[in-house]
Design a protein. Structure first.
Lengths: 524, 230
């Protein structure tokens, strides 16, 4: 054995929960991710374990995602979502019964949805976090935490609030996972000087950065990104291997663009007769993706051809083989210039696998199977295991960076979103004020806790990210403005001790993330 | 696509449109027939939606799953951003190795309707820039070097020689933009930072060759690894 490959999947969704509506389009982000990414990944792990394939993978489950996966209302709505899909897929099997190309696909979807419902209900009893935990306890999966609401920590500026984000993240992890996190995924891999101190305070020993965060460290890294750096505060920083990233992400050469893979943008929600799909669309009647897609990418054409699972599966095998071959060659080369086992860190957004790239989970499965079968120079590993083998690492301070476009903070700080920071920072100062009030009533305490939830929700990096991306901008703006407005209302009422209990009740039931939070634990 | 709108187009425009929509026409088709063909081909919103979305396919491989969702959700009525009074705040944020962002929140009453001046200082206390920002409330400032430590103050000229400071900012450091000149010194990895690196020329660094290899392996266009992600 010559070197290691650490696959790291970052799973995150912003806290989207709208009990004030019977159904809400943006909640689908979660339901789609469960059906298309999280449960299929658990299914892959199941199959690997059953076939005695040894594998190691790291997965971040962000605090907002954990809170949503553990939320009764959202999981009830998820059941409704999945039943609808199953019903629609049944209708589709009938509708397409005379179409030899499409009918097997309708059956495929139906079979999958039934299987996933079975896993969701009977295996995990409505809480898929249990699934990830089981694989963690069995030593295959390492779950890492993240900041409370995925705040972009460098632009939070106030160390007390960077601290609170990490602290709430650790507490959420402990509540849902049942042990202390060993590692953290810094939102957007965004790093600024001093964060290592914050993270270390909570016993976290490692995190991940984009390649230049390591390469531009205070001292040149002896092994490039192929071994971690240890910061003064005692945190190990693992750098991203851009070659692994490129093969999957690259728009030009990345695997997911293969013509035999499933086309994301041909969905029955748009393709079929409106009256027929209407019962499965949202109540406002606008067309949306329903998750049943019959075509393959085909090529640079609008004449999409039907999806052929066998063709896609043979591409999965080829791509997994190619991916591993390249990692082997890379590791063999690195071995010639390194005096320890090189480590390749391959970080991706989890939702790429399954949601966008339908065959992504199968690709991951085949990579692990091949590593196992070949038993060659590459073994998979998680960072905690690596650190047990190599506890001594080069001392250096990593460089400010992120994995966003251009590598620094611009995605979250430009003309589309820079206006949010004054409101965030003023709210942060005000929150500190009210956290330090003495002799507060029980009702005030409740209001202070709710103000803290509103502030944390406002801090999500998702809002400036979406504002910058140009799609769904209105939703992101409304969310940001809404949380700031609610925070401000509560702040004003707390200051004069005149709490509007109806407002408080309403906000507690709506913005109920971290329902267990007690602000007194986060005073600094 | 509505036939009413299409009727306003000339037959040549209609033919062009048909080509762009991949609607096949015959040479002899009348205007009416062309319109009919276009309408029929775009009746299902799916097709036009696919056409539009196809172009965004690559750019939109995003976890935010956003492309097809255009609905603006109603939220609680009357929620607006607060207006602040009695605050004098100036904040600097780093954007990248060469740019910083400054915003300020200052009561109009405090400045007596005078134009504001933003002063940016480098680590040494040296005044780097004095910017007439007028009545703006934020500014992007470019810096000559990466890894700068900067601080600023905002105020106005009380008289020709007296600068009245209204708010002083936090101190920030911009990111490094390239590898450090300090190279790894052979020795125990645990040595503290002051001795862990020393200024070295590339010639006397035994690892400079492998380092260059590492750099090369990592020197790919950022676009390539971020385009699909978002």
């Amino acid at each position: 054995m010559k070197g290691y490959l650490a696959i790291v999947l970052h799973s995150h969704l912003p806290y989207v929960r709208h009990p004030e509506y019977n159904d809400f389009l943006e909640e689908d982000w979660l339901y789609e991710a469960i059906t298309e990414t999280y449960v299929p990944l658990l299914d892959v792990f199941d199959r690997l374990v059953k076939d005695n394939v040894d594998f190691h993978i790291t997965i971040s489950l962000t605090p907002t995602l954990l809170e949503m996966l553990g939320d009764d209302l959202l999981m009830t709505r998820y059941r409704r979502y999945l039943s609808n899909l199953i019903e629609l897929s049944e209708k589709e099997m009938n509708r397409t019964s005379n179409d030899p190309a499409i009918n097997p696909l309708a059956k495929m979807y139906h079979g999958r949805f039934i299987h996933y419902r079975n896993m969701f209900e009977n295996r995990y009893h409505g809480n898929i976090i249990t699934g990830f935990k089981e694989f963690m306890e069995a030593g295959f999966v390492e779950i890492v935490t993240s900041a409370a609401t995925h705040a972009y920590l460098p632009l939070i500026t106030d160390e007390a609030w960077q601290d609170a984000q990490v602290h709430v993240g650790v507490d959420t992890y402990i509540r849902h996972i049942g042990r202390h996190p060993g590692g953290i995924w810094l939102p957007e891999n965004a790093y600024i000087e001093g964060l290592d101190n914050v993270v270390n305070k909570y016993g976290i020993t490692y995190t991940f950065l984009d390649a230049h965060g390591i390469l531009n460290a205070s001292v040149r890294p002896r092994y490039g990104v192929y071994a971690p750096l240890l910061s003064d505060a005692g945190v190990n920083f693992f750098g991203r291997d851009v070659q692994s990233a490129k093969q999957v992400w690259s728009a030009k050469e990345g695997y997911p663009g293969d013509y035999d893979y499933r086309e994301f943008y041909r969905d029955v929600g748009y393709d079929l007769d409106f009256e027929y799909v209407k019962p499965y669309l949202h109540s406002d009647g606008s067309r949306s993706n329903l998750g049943i897609k019959y075509y393959r990418i085909t090529g640079q054409t609008d004449q999409k051809q039907p999806y052929v699972p066998q063709r896609a599966q043979s591409k999965v095998l080829a791509h997994a083989g190619n991916f591993l071959f390249n990692r082997e060659k890379h590791i063999e080369y690195l071995c010639s210039i390194m005096d320890r086992k090189p480590l390749l860190i391959a970080t991706y957004d989890a939702e790429l696998f399954g949601h966008w790239w339908f065959e992504g989970p199968d690709f991951i499965e085949q990579v692990f199977r091949k590593v196992h079968e070949i038993d060659g120079p590459v073994k998979t590993i998680t960072p905690d295991r690596y650190l047990r083998e190599y506890p001594d690492n080069q001392r250096a301070q990593p460089s400010q960076s992120s994995w966003g476009d251009k590598g620094y903070h611009e995605v979250w700080l430009n003309g589309t979103n820079d206006w949010i920071y004054r409101h965030l920072h003023i709210a942060q100062d005000r929150m500190k004020d009210i956290m330090h009030l003495s002799g507060v009533s029980l009702k005030q305490q409740r209001a202070i806790n709710q103000a803290l939830r509103e502030l944390l929700l406002a801090q999500s990096s998702d809002w400036p990210f979406i504002m910058n991306s140009g799609t769904m901008v209105e939703y992101a703006k409304k969310r940001f403005i809404g949380h700031i407005a609610r925070f401000t209302k509560l702040y004003e009422q707390i200051k004069v001790n005149r709490i509007d209990h109806r407002l408080l009740d309403d906000l507690e039931s709506r913005d109920n993330v971290f329902s267990w939070i007690d602000y007194r634990n986060y005073i600094r | 696509m509505k036939s009413k709108e299409l009727k306003k187009l000339s037959i040549i425009e209609l033919r062009r449109l048909a080509i762009s929509l991949h609607v096949s026409l015959t040479r002899k088709m009348s205007k009416e027939q062309i319109i009919k063909a276009i309408v029929a081909s775009t009746r299902s919103r799916a097709i036009s939606a696919t056409l539009k979305k196809k172009k965004r396919y690559v750019a939109d491989m995003s976890r935010h799953m956003a492309a097809e969702k255009h609905r603006v959700p109603p939220v609680t009525q009357g929620e607006n951003l607060p207006v602040y009074t009695g605050i004098a705040k100036l904040v600097l944020l780093p954007r990248d190795p060469w740019w910083i962002f400054a915003y300020w929140e200052i009561d109009a009453a405090q400045i007596d309707n005078k134009g504001l001046v933003l002063r940016v200082y480098r680590k040494t206390g040296q005044l780097y820039a004095s910017i007439q920002v007028g009545h703006a409330s934020n500014w992007y400032i470019d810096l000559p070097e990466p890894e700068e430590t900067v601080k600023s103050e905002i105020g106005y000229m009380e008289s020709k020689s007296r600068f009245k400071v209204i708010a002083v900012s936090n101190t920030i450091k911009t990111p490094r933009a390239w590898p450090s000149r300090l190279t790894y010194e052979t020795g125990s990895p645990g040595t503290d930072r002051t001795s862990a690196g020393h200024a070295a020329t590339e010639e006397n660094d035994p690892f400079s060759e492998s380092y260059k290899a590492f750099e090369k392996l990592s020197s790919i266009s950022r676009k390539e690894i971020t385009s699909r992600k978002r």
